[in-house]
Design a protein around this ligand. Structure first.
Ligand code: ZN
Length: 134
């Protein structure tokens, strides 16, 4: 456990202060996602679907379900990433590239807090993916 007795009292300009802001942002995003998926489960996305008569009702209900599943998959992935980022903030590994162990720039973290790679590694990874795809 690292004690925070070296805390600089400069507030939001320190890295720690920024991480606090990012953490709050992530928590807000997570709450919004959870609220949204709750709405989907209770049918909030399509309140008018019950007014459709029999045949079309069936078809559109199935389409809605597929759509909901796809959406939920994407949300769950994002939720997982947010949780992992929050964990990294807690255990002090946030902002460290998991590929090269170097620091990720604050600017990049603010733009994309769920990232686990520094810009150099990310660029290299994307280049690799492009080669694999072609
Ligand atoms: Zn890296």
């Amino acid at each position: 456990m690292v004690k925070k007795d070296r805390r600089e009292r400069k507030g939001r300009d320190t890295k720690e202060g920024k991480f606090d802001e990012i953490k709050k942002d992530l928590e807000r995003q997570k709450a919004a996602l959870l609220a949204e998926s709750g709405e989907i489960i209770t049918g909030g996305l399509n309140p008018g679907v019950e007014n459709f008569p029999d045949m079309t009702d069936q078809a559109s209900a199935e389409t809605d379900q597929n759509f909901t599943l796809r959406l939920r998959e994407r949300e769950q992935k994002l939720l997982k990433k947010i949780d992992e980022a929050l964990e990294r903030i807690t255990d002090g590994t946030f902002g460290i590239c998991e590929s090269c162990g170097g620091g990720i720039s604050l600017k990049r973290l603010e733009a994309r807090p769920v990232t686990t790679l520094c810009i150099e590694c990310k660029t290299r990874q994307e280049a690799d993916e492009k080669i694999r795809e072609s």
